[in-house]
Ligand binder design. Structure first.
Ligand SMILES: *[C@@H]1O[C@H](CO)[C@@H](O)[C@H](O)[C@H]1NC(C)=O
Ligand SMILES: *[C@@H]1O[C@H](CO)[C@@H](O)[C@H](O)[C@H]1NC(C)=O
Ligand SMILES: *[C@@H]1O[C@H](CO)[C@@H](O)[C@H](O)[C@H]1NC(C)=O
Length: 438
């Protein structure tokens, strides 16, 4: 509504400029400021018992930065403030139909808004910049719109980094006046974004304004709050930190596929471990450096570093086993374990063989095989005996190389499961915003 009135007034102004002279406006200024004994220290009111109502709307221009480490939000915005100052009213007919004029900001009463939780030295909004125009209409409506970089502290929770959403509140407080003297009124609940320029790192989810009252030493101070909800765009961190570390993890697991005879295992896993360590140093600068609460991505990176170190240790021990002398017998338990694993694999192969060839095998042979199987199931006792003899032979055949190969399979699988699990847990917890203990 006010906008429409303003626009109409401007059109009227353009159409009536012909009748004005500069002297009219000069006389008006003299009348308003010099002859009427105007004091900017006295708030405008008609009824002293009622507060001066200041209507505020906010224009968000851009998000400059949200600093996780300092806990600071910096934005560029414009505050549009409107209030009625009856001392500044005039009759346009007396001054050549001047409908509005621009007055020197320093000589007029203005709301003294300061940021309630500043991170930089405290100063009133628009105080340093006296070039902001203060428009006054003939009916006493004053409009002042200081724009500035506004910086406030903000509690930042990086537990879900880089899938985090931050909510920051920029609070303006009317300094030196209680709510009985000045009332701040948020006209529109939505913050205007018609001048808004997007930010590459943060996505503006919503921004709204609300008025509030702050209690301090038995006095109630009016406040005007801008609540800004920002969601981080995670692509940069995922592509530059999470995926590289996952691929290095996969490379790391592949050490168990490398033949031990090649003699490259140690240097390979050492290289990957170093690569991960150097990579972590590089990305460390880009990660949030707060411990309260710690971001989950740090634990994820640590998990990968630990995995790499464990793989290094296992590789060394496994090489030791692989190169053990044949003169040292393989302990029976280890040998049995090797046989069990081998058995499982070979039995599966046998079953496949039978299925494959059943049609081609002559009837008699098939019958013989079947009889054998039946005998075995009937006479379980003799079967066990047979197996025992069989095992004794095979147990002696198990070499240290076989043991080492078995460990390769076991630890290769374990490492792969670890890697998959850590990645799944990280993405699961962070993207659903459910980190335990936060
Ligand atoms: C009006 O008042 C201001 C400030 O008090 C002063 O600087 C200026 O000279 C005055 N103008 C006239 C014409 O008296
Ligand atoms: C302003 O104050 C002077 C005395 O300081 C007085 O003579 C004059 O009448 C006052 N003007 C108005 C408009 O009240
Ligand atoms: C402030 O806003 C209210 C409606 O929210 C309106 O009635 C009032 O006239 C406005 N005052 C000024 C000075 O713009």
């Amino acid at each position: 509504m006010i906008w429409i009135i303003t626009t109409i007034s401007l059109i009227l102004l353009v159409s009536t400029t012909h009748g004005q002279s500069m002297q009219d406006e000069y006389n008006l200024h003299l009348q308003l400021l010099n002859h009427s004994n105007y004091s900017k220290h006295i708030r405008p009111y008609i009824d002293k018992t009622l507060p001066t109502i200041v209507n505020i709307t906010f224009d968000l221009v851009s998000i400059r930065e949200l600093d996780e480490i300092l806990g600071k939000l910096s934005i560029v915005g414009i505050l549009w403030m409107r209030w009625m100052d009856p001392r500044l009213a005039w009759n346009p007919a007396d001054y050549g139909n001047v409908i509005y004029t621009k007055l020197e900001m320093k000589r007029i009463w203005k709301p003294d808004l300061i940021i309630a939780h500043p991170i930089e030295p405290i100063s009133a909004v628009g105080f340093d910049h006296y070039h902001y125009p203060l428009l006054v209409y003939y009916n006493g409506l004053a409009i002042w719109s200081p724009g500035d970089v506004m910086t406030t502290t903000c509690n930042i929770n990086v537990a879900y980094y880089p899938f985090d959403t931050q909510i920051c509140t920029l609070t303006f407080i009317q300094w030196g006046s209680t709510n009985m003297q000045v009332a701040l009124h948020a006209v529109e609940k939505e913050v205007s974004t018609k001048f808004f320029v997007g930010n590459g790192e943060w996505d503006l989810i919503k921004a709204y304004a609300k008025e509030d009252i702050l209690e301090n030493n038995d006095y109630l101070y009016p406040t005007y709050n801008i609540v800004i909800e920002l969601k981080r765009r995670p692509a940069f961190v995922v592509v530059n930190v999470v995926l590289p570390i996952l691929f290095m993890g996969v490379l790391n697991v592949l050490v168990f596929v490398l033949p031990p005879q090649s003699g490259e295992r140690i240097s390979y896993s050492m290289t990957v471990l170093l690569a991960i360590a150097v990579f972590l140093t590089l990305v460390g600068d880009n990660l949030p450096k707060t411990s309260e609460p710690m971001s989950t991505i740090c634990y994820f990176l640590l998990t990968n570093l630990v995995l790499s170190s464990v793989i290094m240790i296992v590789t060394i021990i496994n090489l030791n086993i692989f190169h053990r002398s044949e003169l040292r017998p393989v302990p029976t338990r280890l040998a049995k374990l090797v046989l069990i694993m081998r058995c499982k694999r070979s039995r599966r192969n046998k079953v496949q063989d039978i299925e494959m060839t059943e049609d081609d095998v002559p009837e008699i042979v098939l019958k013989k095989e079947k009889d054998k199987l039946e005998n075995a199931t009937d006479k379980t006792q003799s079967k066990k005996m047979k197996w025992a003899v069989h095992d004794a032979d095979e147990l002696n055949d198990v070499t240290w190389q076989d043991v080492s190969r078995m460990f390769d399979i076991i630890f290769g699988l374990l490492a792969f499961v670890w890697l998959t699990f850590s990645a799944a847990a990280f993405f699961g917890m962070v993207s659903t915003q459910s980190v335990p203990g936060v």
